[in-house]
Design a protein around this ligand. Structure first.
Ligand SMILES: [Zn+2]
Length: 261
C-alpha cells in the first residue's frame, strides 16, 4: 500500500496546479503532502525541457526555459504566416502555433517526450499555458478536437499526446474537448520515420467524421502537437468541412517548424 502511494505521489509531482477538471483515469489527486515531500527528497522534480532541477515554486519548466522558449506570438496577429499558408489550402478562421520547433533544442525533446516517454502531464501543462495565451483570439470557439490517433497506435502508446494538449487548452479556455466525433480510420506510418513529417500522400482521406450532428454550426478548434507541412491538420479540416459544411475550422499546433511547404 505504501509503495503504491509513493508511486502515485511520484506520478503526481509533475502536475502542480491542475485541478477542477477531469484528465481521465490517469489523473491522481493528493492530499498527503508530507509523503510527497519525503519522496521529493529522493526524486526532485526536473524541468520538462532541459532536465535541470526545479527549485520549489517553479512550475514544470525552469525559469530559464520559460524565458528562452521561442514563442511565435502568432495569436497576436490573425494574418500570421501560418494562417496565411494554411488558408491557401482550406478555409480557416484562425491558425496559430505556440512555439517554433527547432532540432537540437530542449523544446524539441519536450514534445518528443510527450510521445515516447509517457510525459503526458507536460503536454497538459503546455496546453494550459498555450490556451491561456490564445483565449482572446479564440473566444468564439465552440469545441476543441485533438488530431485523433488510429486506434492501433493509441492502444500501443496508451494515450494521445494531442488530446492532453487539447485538454490543457480546453481547461484554460473553459471549452469542451470532443474526442468522439472524428476518428482516424486509416493507420499510417509513424511521422518519426519519415523525412518532412506529415506528408501529403500519407494523410489523404485518413479521417472520418463519425458524428457530424455534433459539429453542425460549430466553430471547431483542431489541436496537434507539431505542425510541419500542415498536411495532417488540413486533411482533418477537409474531412470535417466536407461532412459538416456549416462548421468553421481553426487550428492550434503546440509547435511549428519554420519550413514552408
Ligand atoms: Zn529548463
Amino acid at each position: 500500500m505504501q509503495a503504491l502511494l509513493i508511486v502515485q505521489s511520484l506520478r503526481g509531482r509533475s502536475k502542480p496546479g491542475i485541478s477542477g477538471y477531469d484528465v481521465g483515469p490517469r489523473a491522481f489527486h493528493f492530499t498527503m503532502n508530507p509523503l510527497r515531500d519525503i519522496v521529493s527528497l529522493f526524486f526532485p522534480p526536473v524541468c520538462a525541457a532541459c532536465g535541470s532541477p526545479l527549485p520549489d515554486g517553479e512550475a514544470f519548466l525552469c525559469n530559464r526555459c520559460q524565458w528562452e522558449i521561442p514563442l511565435t506570438r502568432y495569436w497576436e496577429h490573425d494574418d500570421n504566416p501560418l494562417a496565411e499558408r494554411l488558408r491557401a489550402y482550406i478555409p480557416m478562421v484562425h491558425a496559430v502555433a505556440f512555439y517554433f520547433f527547432a532540432h537540437q533544442s530542449p523544446f524539441r525533446d519536450l514534445v518528443h517526450d510527450f510521445k515516447y516517454r509517457g510525459r503526458w502531464r507536460s503536454a497538459l501543462r503546455m496546453g494550459e499555458w498555450f490556451g491561456a495565451e490564445i483565449t482572446p483570439l479564440f473566444a468564439d470557439v465552440d469545441v476543441i478536437i485533438p488530431v485523433p490517433l488510429h486506434l492501433r497506435r493509441r492502444l500501443r502508446r496508451g494515450y494521445n499526446q494531442s488530446e492532453y494538449i487539447a485538454r490543457g487548452i480546453g481547461a484554460a479556455m473553459n471549452k469542451p474537448v470532443d474526442t468522439h466525433s472524428v476518428v482516424r480510420s486509416k493507420h499510417t506510418k509513424s511521422q518519426a520515420t519519415q523525412d518532412g513529417g506529415d506528408r501529403w500522400d500519407n494523410v489523404e482521406g485518413i479521417f472520418r467524421v463519425r458524428k457530424p450532428a455534433n459539429l453542425e454550426g460549430r466553430h471547431v478548434l483542431l489541436v496537434d502537437d507539431v505542425l510541419t507541412t500542415g498536411a495532417t491538420l488540413i486533411s482533418l479540416a477537409d474531412a470535417i468541412l466536407r461532412a459538416v459544411p456549416d462548421s468553421r475550422i481553426s487550428i492550434a499546433a503546440l509547435a511549428a517548424t519554420h519550413e514552408k511547404t
